[in-house]
Design a protein around this ligand. Structure first.
Ligand code: ASP
Length: 295
């Protein structure tokens, strides 16, 4: 494929559960490190899909966010994790939901995309598939999981306090991809699946737009948040206006959260209606930035 932009761009998030008064220095330093690590790889021609997988793997492994190692258990005491990957040019997608026992759900999502005729594997079937693929198992869960984001959790009981990670990439060939990974909302019911593993809701990539959502997933599912952002752009809206309109719609329904999005020109959008959203980016001009509260 001929280069389109020739210059890569990336935006990642560490969840929209950020609360004022909580110290996010570790997350800020880590998100910056992930972007700095990805920059030379992208300039060397790493594909958007592979860059998303590598960045999300680093976020999962850190134990700093409510995804991968940072997960908390559901109401039944089980660690059920969701993840997804979608690739723009051809709309390929892979995802896992309610996956138990594996360190990197994003690697299982990629394997579903690459090795099966399916898009989404859930529960026991997802775990059997991850084992067949030789993905790293967790072993001792008590020793592995860090229960990140508990300090964020000052939502009233029953209001779906949350955290997630995600990443959108434009590579030097102009290809877009997006991925999302989460342990879901705190205290979720056994078997609850949010927006994160659902293409259209918590992740999207086509030839114009890549997007990854974070927030109260039930609302993001109801508005097909990430796909709606892309469809608004296809209808002529700017990426910024499209993403904002989707978050405003979620707010009107009573939900909170945010999304990150990137278009094929390298435009970045990152609206949220929660107090903050942990995020970091690399622009097509080569600038790296990190922010949580927009101030
Ligand atoms: N959207 C995720 C979910 O509902 C949680 C989050 O993004 O914080 O599972």
């Amino acid at each position: 494929m001929a280069p389109i932009s020739g210059r890569p761009a990336l935006i990642l998030h560490g969840g929209a559960g950020a609360r004022r008064g909580v110290n996010y220095d570790a997350e800020i330093a880590h998100m910056r490190q992930v972007v700095e690590t990805m920059r030379p790889r992208l300039l060397d021609g790493l594909s958007a899909a592979e860059a998303v997988v590598q960045a999300v793997t680093m976020l999962e492994d850190s134990g700093l966010y409510v995804a991968g190692r940072g997960a908390s258990p559901n109401a039944a005491g089980a660690y059920e994790l969701d993840a997804s990957l979608m690739v723009g040019p051809d709309g390929r997608a892979g995802a896992v939901a309610a996956l138990q026992g594996f360190r990197n759900p994003i690697l299982a999502a990629r394997a579903v995309m690459e090795k099966t005729p399916h898009v989404l594997l859930a529960g026991e079937g997802a775990a059997l598939f991850a084992a067949e693929q030789g993905l790293d198992a967790i072993g001792d869960e008590a020793a592995w999981f860090t229960h990140a984001g508990q300090g964020d959790d000052n939502h009233p009981p029953g209001t779906l306090a949350h955290g997630t990670v995600g990443c959108c990439v434009l590579d030097v060939q102009g290809r877009l991809a997006a991925g999302t990974s989460t342990a879901g909302v705190f205290g979720k019911m056994a078997g609850r699946v949010g927006d994160s593993p659902l293409p259209g809701a918590g992740v999207w990539a086509d030839d114009r737009v890549a997007a990854s959502a974070t927030g109260q997933g039930e609302y993001f599912i109801r508005v097909a948040a990430c796909a709606q952002t892309a469809w608004r752009v296809a209808d002529g809206a700017s990426l910024t206006d499209a993403a904002r309109a989707v978050i405003d719609r979620i707010g009107a329904l009573g939900g909170d959260g945010g999304l990150i999005a990137l278009d094929a020109q390298g435009t970045i959008a990152d609206p949220y209606n929660s107090q903050g959203m942990k995020r970091a980016w690399l622009t097509v001009e080569g600038e790296v930035g990190v922010d949580v509260f927009g101030d």
